[in-house]
Ligand binder design. Sequence first.
Ligand SMILES: Cc1cc2nc3c(=O)[nH]c(=O)nc-3n(C[C@H](O)[C@H](O)[C@H](O)COP(=O)(O)OP(=O)(O)OC[C@H]3O[C@@H](n4cnc5c(N)ncnc54)[C@H](O)[C@@H]3O)c2cc1C
Length: 376
Amino acid sequence: MAECEVIIVGLGAMGSACAYHLARRGIRVLGLDRFAPPHAFGSSHGRTRIIREAYFEHPLYVPLVRRAYGLWTELEKLTGRSLFRQTGGLMIGKPDSVVVAGAVRSAQEHSLPHEVLPGAEVRYRFPALHPTDDMVAVWEPRAGILFPEICLEAHLTLARNLGAELHTEEPVLSWEGNGDGVRVTTSKGAYHAGQLVLTAGSWIQSLVTDLKLPLVVERQVQFWFEPKRPLEFQPERCPIHIWEHEPGRFFYGFPDLGEGVKVACHHEGEIANPDSINREVRPEDIEAMRAVVRQFLPDADGPLRSAVVCMYTDTPDGHFFIDRHPAHPRVLIASPCSGHGFKFSSVIGDVLASLLTGGPMQFDLSLFKDRPLKAT
Ligand SMILES: Cc1cc2nc3c(=O)[nH]c(=O)nc-3n(C[C@H](O)[C@H](O)[C@H](O)COP(=O)(O)OP(=O)(O)OC[C@H]3O[C@@H](n4cnc5c(N)ncnc54)[C@H](O)[C@@H]3O)c2cc1C
């Protein structure tokens, strides 16, 4: 049976970063994936992801995202690839909305540069965006766009160069703890390691069937529309934007990077199973998105260029899940990121590597662990 120090199951956003950060610490790593990442079957495809700092979900994410920025920059230097484009960002909604009030709170607590703009000023400065007069926007200059498939490839390439063994098209079928480690069985063989990391994204529940993880997989569609006024959507004039357009209802959008204006709803997707999810985009999916676009981005309401289905893996409170298996301390579970994890994957890879090697931990992870889990 092949031996290594750590086995990683799932080489998507989190697993690829973890492989890199372990390999750079000199740890013997085996990474396994059922597909050949980057692929379009999980949660990390669709050409763009937002990164932002004035984190409306909770101020505790701010130190993590700051470190993530640093690590993305480092990765760009090491690989010579362009992974990030700064556009600035707008969080738009009523003054007391989750998105606006939360972004202001994080910005104030962490002294982040920001401005609160009235709706009319947003319309003037960013003519693509049409907030109503009772909306405001929190402007943050450092926000921008990550290119997820390239980021993932960068982590995998560096991990491989540093000696990580990465097997693709090799699904993990099961694992079991034994005295001094963990045994993992795949479609092609069996492996033994001191520790196991489960970063299987939307498939995580199939690998911990003994736990009642309170997770839900959600179908999400990403759309690219042809803009009617292309100049308004150029990255110089159109930052990334996240809207709470009604209480508890969110959508977001990107400038046109040459492929059309990308928009998507945040949540509101149907509950799905990752193995049987409907990957066809239906007319009703398009119509629901267009209704929002017509109201708030009317100049993006041109022909649909493309659309693709993706998956969120949601926790009940929307915060991440990073913790040891309660019955198997050699097994670390990390990935259900409730639709906002990509930007953090660089730092989560580093955090996981520290947890696995007993290194110092500089971040407060209390939001992500000690969740009410029971082994059955
Ligand atoms: C439409 C959409 C938009 C998003 N927008 C943003 C955004 O703007 N900003 C942001 O920060 N985040 C965003 N997110 C969230 C972010 O993309 C995810 O949190 C992140 O990509 C999840 O990474 P992951 O590693 O957990 O999952 P994945 O990247 O899906 O990786 C899981 C991997 O596990 C593998 N796997 C599963 N089961 C097995 C098995 N049994 N054996 C071997 N391998 C297995 C899979 O093949 C896959 O490669 C968005 C997500 C979606 C879907």
